[in-house]
Design a protein around this ligand. Structure first.
Ligand code: ATP
Ligand code: MG
Ligand code: MG
Ligand code: MG
Length: 580
């Protein structure tokens, strides 16, 4: 590819809404272009990366015996009504109507459609096991789309679905996919960890998330450096031996000092040790008048960040809420946290008015009785907190648990460490959840109908771009791993407009590398060296070859790997050996 024929469009500054480095760099490198909240154009440079990611996934999925199909983006609501998800799924599911007023959804995932295919096509045990996958556009109306492709509303996912005759066979399908995922993420060249995840109502131990390690990750991973133990925070907390300890020991003996008590004090009052991995704790109150009309709403947000040190505990504003920190309504907070109406409050603020307060800790809802308090916005300290000591023991439905770095690993083989990660893949044993709901059966050896055992396996294709950049960048830009770089090598001729020799040598090297199947780009734009180098360092091409008159006289060019401090002079003929 020649740069003049391709499309290169870089920016000096990232747009103001880009918060994390991958989003900033993708925008600056011209990989994506925002069209709406969480909706992006994939520009030519970014699309090349997406295509390479997809190609690796395809190869490994095919090698693992999965077969590719393609299911529609727009799906009739009927199938989703069969499983109940049309109603259950909440606002993340985008529902649309056609001209006849019929309901459709824009697929966030495809269990319903694939199960519908399976119940029609897979009739006999002889056709099992079967694994179908597709790489398709998804839409999830995320509460907070952000970080560019990392949490988009429209994004690309590879989703695969396995069908088996019994639980054992489904386990083998699961293990097979788990192994394929390891090969896929190995090939991407990313540092990742497969962690056990919660299986929810399905039960069992077959759910793993593939997490790319990155400090900006929204997830926390608990692992033991000296053993195989690794789990996501939700599962680690659920299984922690001290689970519920904090909540159960809710002290009623202290009263915060009006005007002096900090959020940390309140956390202590609530029995949440400051080492607790509570990402956010929200207390919400609505003040109502006699008719029950809301006259004032208040919110407190406690944030416990990172490795949960005391000095990282702070109260903060609840971003994105209408009216800001203090005057959001309880309904808005419920919406913000994606919980059902009625999860929170309302409670009265007037001393003596006692209504139940509910606390959300990271979407885990705990109920608390009779609690009256106020807040001081200026320094985010709680003031006037009036803990009802004469009240009955709060009924704290304790789902607040803690896992702390340094705790003993559940396998007894060391201590726990905590890392942040980005969920890029998820493998999940589904059992007969969907086949039962949709009556997807096959005939076994004895001719009896049996429900199919299912598994589902997702990879966030577009999220991988963001995750790879979070892990691989420097002050100058992106550093793509070779396997998914938009181009593997860029040839930068200096003064090709003045020197026939340079132009000829650049063309020749370009032709040779192309003939060898190297994904090479020739920068024939005639840019000054500084601007040219800055562009390719920003875009993150892993290998660069610079040709200039002086070097060529000695038969040499300059090679520089994207992570190298300086260029190395090499004979033209030796360039290839650097591209391995
Ligand atoms: P998350 O916890 O980040 O919301 P999820 O658990 O809802 O993700 P899954 O249903 O497991 O996601 O989907 C499979 C994969 O799709 C995820 O592992 C992730 O890589 C990707 N993915 C999910 N939501 C998004 C999104 N909004 N934008 C980009 N990729 C996404
Ligand atoms: Mg999600
Ligand atoms: Mg998840
Ligand atoms: Mg998931």
């Amino acid at each position: 590819m020649k740069a003049t024929q391709f499309f290169v469009s870089t920016l000096k500054e990232a747009p103001a809404d880009a918060e994390i480095v991958s989003h900033k760099l993708m925008m600056r490198a011209g990989m994506i272009k925002r069209l709406g909240a969480g909706i992006y154009n994939y520009m030519p440079m970014g699309l090349r990366v997406i295509r390479k990611v997809e190609a690796i996934i395809r190869e490994e999925m095919n090698a693992a015996g999965a077969v590719e199909c393609l299911m529609p983006v727009i799906q009739p609501a009927e199938l989703w009504q069969e499983t109940g998800r049309f109603d259950k799924m909440g606002p993340e599911l985008l529902r649309v109507k056609d001209r006849h007023g019929r309901d459709f959804i824009v697929q966030p995932t495809s269990e319903e459609v694939i199960t519908d295919i399976a119940r029609q096509e897979l009739r006999s045990y002889r056709q099992l096991p079967k694994n179908f996958y597709h790489i398709q556009t998804k839409f999830r109306d995320e509460r907070r789309p952000r970080f560019g492709l990392m949490r988009g509303r429209e994004f690309t996912m590879k989703d695969a679905y396995s069908f088996d005759r019994d639980v054992d066979a489904a386990g083998r399908s699961y293990d097979n996919m788990y192994a394929a995922y390891c090969r896929i993420f190995d090939r991407f060249g990313l540092a990742y960890r497969a962690v056990a995840a919660d299986t929810g109502a399905i039960g069992g131990d077959r759910s793993h998330e593939f997490q790319v390690i990155a400090d900006t990750g929204e997830d926390a991973i608990i692992y033991c450096p000296t053993s195989d133990y690794a789990a996501n925070i939700e599962l680690a907390e659920a299984l922690a031996p001290q689970g519920g300890r904090a909540a159960a020991s809710l002290p009623l003996t202290k009263t915060p000092t009006p005007g002096k008590s900090t959020c940390a004090d309140v956390a202590e009052l609530l029995g949440l040790p400051l080492t607790q991995t509570v990402k956010s704790l929200v207390l919400a109150t609505d003040e109502t008048d006699k008719d029950g009309t809301i006259v004032k709403s208040q919110v407190w947000l406690l944030l416990v960040r990172g490795d949960h040190e005391l000095n990282e505990v702070k109260a903060g504003k609840l971003e994105g809420l209408k009216g800001g920190f203090r005057f959001a309504t309880v309904a808005e907070i419920e919406d913000h946290f994606g919980c059902k109406p009625g999860y929170l409050g309302p409670i009265g603020l007037t001393a003596g008015v006692k209504h139940p307060v509910k606390i959300i800790a990271d979407r885990t809802v705990a109920h608390m009785a009779d609690f009256v308090c106020g807040a001081n916005e200026a320094d985010f300290h709680l003031t006037g907190v009036n803990w009802g000591r004469d009240l009955p023991e709060p009924d704290l439905v304790a789902d607040i648990r803690n896992v702390v770095a340094g705790d003993a690993s559940p396998d007894g083989k060391g201590v726990l460490a905590i890392q942040r990660g980005i969920e890029v893949g998820h493998v999940f044993y589904l059992g007969t959840k969907y086949s039962a709901a949709m009556n997807a059966t096959f005939l076994d050896e004895t001719g009896k109908p049996k429900l199919m055992e299912m598994g589902c396996y997702g990879i966030g294709v577009t999220r991988i771009l963001g995750a790879a950049i979070e892990q691989n960048h420097d002050a100058r830009g992106i550093i793509w791993p070779d396997a998914i770089a938009p181009f593997t090598v860029v040839i930068c001729p200096i003064g090709a407009d003045r020197s026939e020799d340079v132009k000829a040598a650049a063309d020749k090297l370009y032709g040779e590398l192309k003939a060898l199947g190297v994904d090479v780009l020739l920068d024939d734009r005639g840019e000054r060296p500084g601007a040219m180098f800055a562009d390719w360092e920003l875009i993150g091409v892993p290998h660069r070859v610079v040709l200039g008159d002086r070097g060529l006289k000695e038969g040499q060019v300059e090679y520089q790997g994207r992570r190298d401090e300086a260029a190395t002079k090499v004979a033209v003929a030796d360039v290839l050996s650097f591209l391995k």
